[in-house]
Ligand binder design. Sequence first.
Ligand code: SF4
Length: 276
Amino acid sequence: MFAAPTYSLPVTPPASASRYAGETLLGRKRRARKMARVLAETHPDAHCELDFTNPLELAVATVLSAQTTDVRVNQVTPELFAKYRSAAAYAAADRAEMETLLRPTGFFRAKTDSLIKLGQALLDRHDGQLPRKLDELVKLPGIGRKTANVILGNAFGVPGITVDTHFRRLTNRFGWVDEEDPVKIEFLVAELIEKRDWTMLSHRVIFHGRRVCHARKPACGACTLASMCPAYGTGPTEAAAAAKLLKGPRARELAVAAGVDPDLVPVAAVLAPEEP
Ligand code: SF4
């Protein structure tokens, strides 16, 4: 049951992009850290949405997550993880059997190929274990920088910034970066945010992208970052219109956090699938 409304204030007045035109690096750093704190309050449930119990499982799930949703990956991994419990098992896998299991995730032939090669490389170079270093992880088949940072941050507790499509879009809208290249974005954001916060920041930004700051119509009028975001106004700023755009199980709580009446959030928004 939804708790009694605690909202009181309207969303803070718009922050115009020109307000940030002459922002210094120090000013941007302060603003970025404040936005990161607000994101932490806004998305207390942010986490890695791939199911796993050990580093190998996370590596496999992350390889499978290319071009599909985490939900879809989580549907196939229980059977996959039960059948293939080690790097050696992946290396020796029957290709046709694995393809059948992976078919629902799309690109199943290429993904099967990657997982078999990953198993072989782990056996050949790392005694069947996932290495804990970025430069070693990125040399493994199917593992790019994004995947490596997911593994480091979530399986090994080593801070990592994961630049996916949401992170790239939002950090540009936030005015933290003016850049499309994922590696450059990673380094620029690393300058702004304390290292210990990198992994959770990545989850929170991605949650904000899935639930509030959508690619096509961001819910600016129901966004907790409105007063600090140069892109405020990219989506509807009127509360009722914006509230309809919130998505996910916490859509009503998100409205409250932004000072918007949760009754403006339709039931369909709470049940709507989040952006992948
Ligand atoms: S929803 Fe609007 S105000 Fe919020 S972060 Fe996205 S662009 Fe900025």
